[in-house]
Each structure stands twice: as C-alpha cells, then as structure tokens.
Design a protein around this ligand. Structure first.
Ligand SMILES: *[C@@H]1O[C@H](CO)[C@@H](O)[C@H](O)[C@H]1NC(C)=O
Ligand SMILES: *[C@@H]1O[C@H](CO)[C@@H](O)[C@H](O)[C@H]1NC(C)=O
Ligand SMILES: *[C@@H]1O[C@H](CO)[C@@H](O)[C@H](O)[C@H]1NC(C)=O
Ligand SMILES: *[C@@H]1O[C@H](CO)[C@@H](O)[C@H](O)[C@H]1NC(C)=O
Ligand SMILES: *[C@@H]1O[C@H](CO)[C@@H](O)[C@H](O)[C@H]1NC(C)=O
Ligand SMILES: *[C@@H]1O[C@H](CO)[C@@H](O)[C@H](O)[C@H]1NC(C)=O
Length: 247
C-alpha cells in the first residue's frame, strides 16, 4: 500500500514500508512521518490474539490500517520511532489471557488491564527501568506473583488485588524502594510477609488483607508516608502496630 499526504505548501511525505503517516488537525494541516517499531506492533497484535472475547469492541481500532499509537488504550512516546509507553484497557470486559509477548514492549511504563476478565498468569514484562505502574486488579489471574516483578526497580504502583493469586509474596519486593502502592488484597496468598516489606520508605498504600498470610506485623513500622494499611482477614498475629494509620 502507499499513500501520500500533502501539506498546504505541497510538501509530500512518502509512506515507506516501515513508517506510517500521522496527520493531525482538520484537513491534514499538520502531518509527520511516524516510524513504527515492529517489535511493539507485533507484541500488541499478539496480545490482541490472546483476547477471546471483547464485547465492547475495545480492540476494534487495533488493526494495521491505523498506526498503533492511535489504537484505543495505547499510549506512546517519541523515541526516534513512536514507542509504546503505556497500555490502558481498564474496565473493558475483555476476556482472555495476557500473552507473554508483552515482554517485547521494552519501553512500557504504565500497564493497566484492571477490571476485566483476564485469566492465566501474570506475564513477564520487560520495561524494567521504565515500569512505573502495574494495575492488574479485579481479574481472574492465577499463579504466583512473579519474582521478575522485583526487577522493575522504579515501580511505584502495583495493584494485583481481587484475583486468584497464590504462593508467597516474593521477598525481593523489599528491594523496590520506590514502591508507594502495594495492594494484593483478596487473593489466596500464603506464607509470611517479608520483613523487608515493612521497610519500604515511600509506601503510602499497603493492603494485604483477605489472604492466608501468616506471621506478625512489627510493633513499630517505619513508614513515614503510610496512609492506608490493610491487614485484616489473614492468619496474622493479633498485635497491631503502633501508628496512626487508618485500617
Ligand atoms: C518477541 O521478541 C522475541 C525476541 O526478539 C521474538 O523471538 C518473538 O517472536 C517476539 N514476539 C512477538 C510476539 O513479537
Ligand atoms: C480499523 O480501525 C479503524 C479505527 O482506528 C476503524 O475505523 C476501522 O473500521 C478498522 N478496520 C477494520 C477492518 O476493523
Ligand atoms: C486508565 O484509564 C482510566 C480512564 O480511562 C483512568 O481512570 C486510569 O487512571 C488510567 N490508568 C492509569 C494507570 O493511568
Ligand atoms: C532480573 O534482572 C537480572 C539482571 O538483568 C537478570 O539476570 C535476572 O534474570 C532477572 N530476574 C528475573 C526473575 O527476571
Ligand atoms: C485458594 O486455594 C485453595 C487451596 O489451594 C483453593 O481450594 C481455593 O479455591 C482458592 N481460593 C481462591 C479464591 O482462589
Ligand atoms: C526510619 O527510616 C528513616 C529513613 O529510612 C531512617 O532515617 C530512620 O533512622 C528510621 N528510623 C527508625 C526508628 O528505624
């Protein structure tokens, strides 16, 4: 295929095989060549193949006649070619599995697939340094909290609540020193709460309630920014810590 776009001053931009044209504004008054990244494109298409039901047509714009940066829920940044920096398909009633090809979105920073009907496991991601927010809460995900998550060293917000996750909280979670939101309530998690978790300096919202966790909450918690602590409905020791948070 090939098409061209003319600016008022008759400047032409060819559509090359590895690039696409994005035209903004009424009457294509501003056009620019936008290269796409084939790794990002194929990860997204593969993700779409993993979705077996999409009653709201959330992914109907996801076809190759449109640049992926214009697909619903896809957020891009310019890094030479426009790259995927976010995926937000919250509350779309999509059903299916999250394919592991999302690991190929190497600049992913925000990942929000919360409140859908996603099954299977939490996939490995690859944004590593970039990953800031992961919201997978309110789905039907099973398996464990992947150890790989603890490699996303700049992660600030992680919500995995209301799924069917089992197994233990990875102890290395304590290395995520930027973590502000860690919400894993209403799963089926077992084992003891890693001590390191209580030492995360930036924690604001920590909810572990309604799991099958064991152990004790420390008598004093040194989390100066903590606003919400949820620990109820586990098998924890009765002693409550001395701090003025809301429970
Ligand atoms: C993801 O990247 C790997 C390695 O580059 C490649 O083998 C694989 O086919 C890619 N998957 C998708 C769905 O793009
Ligand atoms: C492709 O997506 C565009 C919107 O981005 C939509 O208008 C068009 O109908 C879609 N085409 C197909 C074949 O689904
Ligand atoms: C995702 O989009 C919804 C609105 O569509 C917004 O409320 C929510 O904050 C977004 N998620 C993230 C992580 O930015
Ligand atoms: C974490 O990152 C290190 C270094 O990049 C890598 O060797 C290791 O395999 C990663 N761990 C997981 C669980 O992905
Ligand atoms: C929790 O785990 C138990 C035992 O493995 C299982 O029987 C139960 O169905 C699980 N509950 C949820 C909500 O996943
Ligand atoms: C609490 O944490 C801060 C910052 O990490 C540290 O400077 C302080 O010494 C700690 N206080 C106690 C009582 O552990």
């Amino acid at each position: 295929m090939g098409f061209m776009c003319a600016k008022p001053h008759a400047k032409l931009y060819m559509l090359l095989s590895a690039s696409l044209l994005l035209c903004y504004g009424v009457g294509n008054t501003y056009c620019s060549t936008v290269h796409e990244n084939s790794g990002d494109l194929h990860s997204l298409l593969d993700f779409k193949r993993g979705i077996i039901s999409d009653p709201n047509g959330a992914l109907s714009s996801w076809n190759t006649s449109t640049h992926y940066c214009r697909w619903r829920g896809v957020i891009c940044i310019r890094k030479g070619p426009w790259r995927v920096s976010g995926l937000n398909l919250t509350s779309q009633s999509i059903v299916g599995e999250i394919t592991s090809s999302l690991a190929n979105l190497t600049l992913l920073s925000t990942f929000d697939l919360s409140s859908n009907l996603l099954v299977g496991y939490i996939p490995p991601l690859n944004g590593h340094q970039q990953l800031d927010t992961i919201y997978l809460n309110d789905n039907l995900l099973e398996g464990t909290i992947p150890d790989a998550l603890t490699n996303y060293s700049n992660l600030r917000k992680l919500d995995l609540s209301r799924n069917h996750l089992s197994g233990a909280i990875p102890p290395k979670i304590g290395s995520l020193s930027n973590l502000e939101i860690f919400v894993i309530s209403r799963n089926n998690l077992t084992g003891s709460i890693p001590e390191e978790l209580w030492r995360l300096p930036n924690m604001v919202d920590l909810k572990l309630n309604q799991n099958r966790l064991i152990g004790k909450i420390p008598q004093s918690i040194n989390m100066s920014r903590l606003q919400v602590l949820g620990v109820a409905f586990n098998n924890l020791g009765k002693a409550l810590p001395s701090l003025g948070s809301s429970f």
